[in-house]
Design a protein around this ligand. Structure first.
Ligand SMILES: Cc1ncc(COP(=O)(O)O)c(C=O)c1O
Length: 343
């Protein structure tokens, strides 16, 4: 069994399993016979997403410099993945977690947080002024922190340890594995921590890799205008402080339907279940694929896996009810997309 970059030794703690995620070659499916296309599988982190990296880093750093103490309470807003990762690492580090979610968080994600011992608070209505769920979650976090002795808010949207974890994370692993930097890197964005950290690593080491931000249609990042988004995890309804440090060479926006098509395409073509933002990254890449030169290596960062989306992206009834795509239409779209890939 080719182990690739995966560890095969014995680890003494789940924390040691964070990082060293594998790269999967999807050139046959996505490369059009011209490009090398590799997916960085962040779902292979122990809590199932790229968010393991910043969760662990933010907690370790805060414990080290006394912003939180063993037995203290961590309060954070998350639409899912950060919450699961924090729940796992809080338990390991002897901290309590209160995670503020909104109704877009999948029931599975909520149950994962609870299974790790985290407490979940769900906001029931969006911010009355902006109509935004993130704003509503942040207001609730502030209220809980004020009312809870020993509480600490990591604030992934402004915490420098979030991008710092990515600066020494996925991108370094990619460059080490390839023996050089790829021509381009596609990253889905929300807090922008993954993008800011990855880009910093590339620039610090003089790599000219083009960094492409993949944002959700309806997200206000990078000058986007607010709109309805149903899938959790990527895009933002409020511009986070970290976004000021993000300087992608290009921004590609994808809607919920594109995310579903991308996820189904990877499931059919590579037998791999990926999460909504990864589906969006695939479609974003394909929309600009012709811009790359033959022989270029392109890396797509897949933030999480598809199991957390069985009730949405991979549920035909949900797709039909919420996105107006009947199973027949979806199949037709996928077949058209497959034909276009080969053409
Ligand atoms: C599935 C998924 N994709 C993309 C992102 C965006 O990552 P970042 O917050 O580092 O911009 C997140 C963040 O939570 C996520 O959960």
């Amino acid at each position: 069994m080719g182990g690739g970059s995966r560890r095969t030794g014995v680890c003494s703690s789940v924390a040691e399993l964070v990082g060293q995620t594998p790269l999967l070659d999807l050139s046959g499916l996505l490369g059009g016979g011209r490009l090398r296309v590799l997916a960085k599988l962040e779902m292979c982190n122990p809590a199932g997403s790229a968010k393991d990296r910043p969760a662990l880093a933010m907690l370790q750093q805060a414990l080290a410099d006394g912003r939180v103490h063993p037995g203290g309470v961590v309060v954070e807003s998350s639409s899912g993945n950060l919450g699961v990762a924090l729940a796992q690492h809080c338990r390991l580090l002897g901290l309590r977690l209160v995670c503020v979610i909104d109704p877009r968080t999948s029931p599975t994600t909520r149950r994962l947080i609870e299974a790790y011992g985290g407490e979940v608070v769900q906001v029931d209505r969006p911010d009355p002024v902006t109509g935004d769920w993130l704003q509503a979650r942040l207001d609730t976090v502030r209220r809980i922190v004020e009312a809870t002795p020993g509480a600490w808010w990591p604030n992934q949207y402004a915490n420098a340890d979030n991008p710092a974890a990515h600066r020494t994370g996925a991108m370094k692993e990619v460059v080490d594995a390839l023996g050089g930097a790829p021509r381009a890197l596609f990253i889905a964005t929300s807090s922008t921590g993954t993008l800011v950290g990855s880009q910093r690593y590339l620039r610090d080491h003089g790599h000219p890799t083009e960094v492409v931000a993949v944002d959700a249609a309806g997200s206000v990042l990078f000058g986007g205008s607010r709109g309805t988004r149903l899938l959790p995890g990527f895009g933002a309804g409020v511009v986070p402080p970290l976004a000021g440090q993000a300087a992608p060479e290009d921004v590609v926006r994808v809607d919920d339907i594109a995310c579903v098509v991308g996820c189904r395409r990877v499931a059919r073509g590579a037998s791999l279940l990926v999460g909504a933002s990864a589906g969006g990254v695939v479609e974003a890449f394909l929309s600009v694929r012709d811009d790359f030169r033959a022989g270029d290596t392109v890396v797509l960062l897949f933030h999480d896996g598809g199991e957390r989306y069985l009730d949405t992206v991979f549920d035909d009834a949900w797709v039909e009810t919420h996105l107006g795509l009947t199973p027949a239409l979806l199949t037709a779209l996928l077949e058209a997309a497959d034909a276009q890939l080969v053409a």
